[in-house]
Design a protein around this ligand. Structure first.
Ligand SMILES: Cc1cc2nc3c(=O)[nH]c(=O)nc-3n(C[C@H](O)[C@H](O)[C@H](O)COP(=O)(O)OP(=O)(O)OC[C@H]3O[C@@H](n4cnc5c(N)ncnc54)[C@H](O)[C@@H]3O)c2cc1C
Length: 436
């Protein structure tokens, strides 16, 4: 039996952190009829520039929320390509040609700054369903009371809300305030990201690098080459830039602080050790790159819990993962979508925020944890990446059976149906308890 249509009241929502996950949550909750304020520690001028791919499981929610996706200048990806580290020879291609036909959305590649602006616009503009969200910058959260629903900022401001969303990223304060102690260890691999301008590709005679694909060099067990050497390259920003993620063994770098650092490095910081053996074309691109900055990676074990009182965490605050499934932002968008559905008019949780958050954790934690684990596995072997796990080699056909993450598993998932089923089960359970 399905629950009767519940009462609905708009919630006062405070989103702490205005990154991709926080903005997605703001859009989802605005669309669901709530009054949302976003509190960000800095202004947005420092947004980090690099590519963010957005598979169907993220893109479907952007589309549902009516986000103006073309304004984010996405590239529509056509292929995933594996190349040999030393020669650049194409070893494997996973075609995305039928992706939109099969799944209903393209596989997008955004520039992070464009994606951020697109979501910020969707959250704050007058047009569209729900009340525009307000944005408060230069507010650094430093403490919170989950039971009273209060957040305190370093500047002395205190905010009370019905629902508080900790979207404050990898070094989350809200996570600490709900009593989670991360179990982390340094990853064996560190990343530098850099960009190459479209105009420079022509000068170098390397226009093929603008092909709408994600191209990978290395990243799998190979003779005389550590699997921690890997390049992930793709065009973004409407094709104006080609973005590179350059991975290498951590011991070759001297970066200690987790996350992104705003500190330009010379090409020689990247082109060391076995980068000297890299395909000369890829080397030439890195030598002619701009915006070269380090991104230190840590592995987080799944957290004990994501919620307490009126607070939940989402995105990198809840499930930081290695970047090798290109799913961190997509999983943050799924978190946002879950909150939007749970606290919608359809379900009865606006009168019981704690129960709604329990359902949020129940729905989201197992799936995000599975992606988190698969991202760590793909650090050692690119064949574990969604897409490459589904190639038609005999062993790949067994991918799902072997517990690997596949395109089908990611894209067939129906979150609305999952939530509706859990809500109905709770309602039936409550009815049965009353009758007994
Ligand atoms: C190398 C690399 C490549 C990646 N590529 C992809 C990809 O292709 N596809 C994909 O889906 N994902 C990718 N990701 C993952 C993705 O970038 C993250 O998972 C995603 O940005 C997380 O969003 P978030 O909002 O949770 O965190 P963030 O984007 O980090 O946002 C957190 C926000 O909170 C603010 N904040 C922090 N502390 C406070 C405080 N105390 N008070 C107020 N505000 C605060 C910060 O300033 C920031 O704006 C990649 C990650 C890496 C490292």
């Amino acid at each position: 039996m399905v629950a009767a249509p519940p009462d609905f009241k708009p919630l006062k929502v405070a989103v702490i952190g205005g990154g991709l996950g926080g903005l997605a949550a703001a859009v989802a909750l605005r669309r669901a009829g709530h009054l949302v304020s976003i509190y960000e520690r800095r202004d947005f001028k420092l947004e980090v520039g690099a590519s963010i791919s957005c598979a169907k499981n993220g893109a479907q929610w952007l589309r549902d929320w009516g986000v103006n996706i073309p304004s984010g200048k996405p590239i529509i990806l056509e292929d995933l390509m594996m190349r040999d580290w030393r020669t650049g020879e194409v070893l494997n291609t996973y075609s995305l040609a039928d992706y939109e036909h099969n799944w209903g959305t393209p596989y997008y590649m955004f520039h992070r700054v464009d994606m951020h602006e697109m979501l910020l616009r969707a959250a704050t503009e007058e047009a569209g369903e729900g009340s525009p969200c307000s944005v408060v910058v230069d507010h650094i959260a430093e403490a919170a009371d989950p039971e009273k629903g209060i957040v305190k900022f370093q500047n002395g401001v205190e905010v009370e809300a019905d629902l508080i969303i900790g979207a404050d990223g990898i070094r989350s304060i809200l996570r600490r305030e709900i009593g989670v102690t991360p179990d982390i260890k340094s990853a064996n691999q560190t990343c530098y990201r850099c960009n190459v301008r479209r105009a420079d590709l022509a000068k170098l005679g390397l226009e093929w690098a603008a092909h709408p694909a994600i191209q990978f060099w290395g990243g799998y067990p190979a003779p005389n080459l550590s699997m921690y050497y890997k390049i992930v390259m793709s065009p973004c920003s409407g094709g104006d830039l080609v973005s590179f993620y350059c991975f290498m063994p951590t011991e070759l770098t001297n970066h200690t602080e987790e996350g992104f650092t705003f500190a330009e490095v010379p090409p020689s910081d990247i082109l060391k050790a076995q980068y000297s053996e890299l395909d000369p074309a890829a080397r030439a691109l890195i030598e002619n790159s701009i915006d070269r900055m380090p991104w230190r990676l840590y592995i987080h074990q799944p957290y004990s819990h994501w919620i307490k009182g009126r607070i939940c965490i989402l995105g990198d605050a809840a499930h930081p993962m290695m970047p090798h499934q290109s799913q961190g932002a997509c999983q943050a968008i799924e978190d946002a979508a879950a909150l939007g559905i749970i606290f919608s008019r359809e379900h009865g949780f606006t009168s019981d925020v704690k129960a709604g958050l329990e359902l949020y954790e129940q729905i989201r934690k197992p799936r995000a944890t599975r992606v988190q684990a698969a991202s760590a596995r793909a650090t050692e072997n690119l064949n574990e990446r969604i897409g490459f796990t589904s190639l038609s080699a005999p062993e790949a056909k067994l991918a799902a059976k072997a517990g690997k993450l596949t395109v089908d598993e990611m894209n067939l998932y129906d979150m609305r149906a999952h939530i509706a089923k859990e809500v109905a089960a709770r309602y039936d359970g409550a009815q049965a308890a009353q009758a007994a």
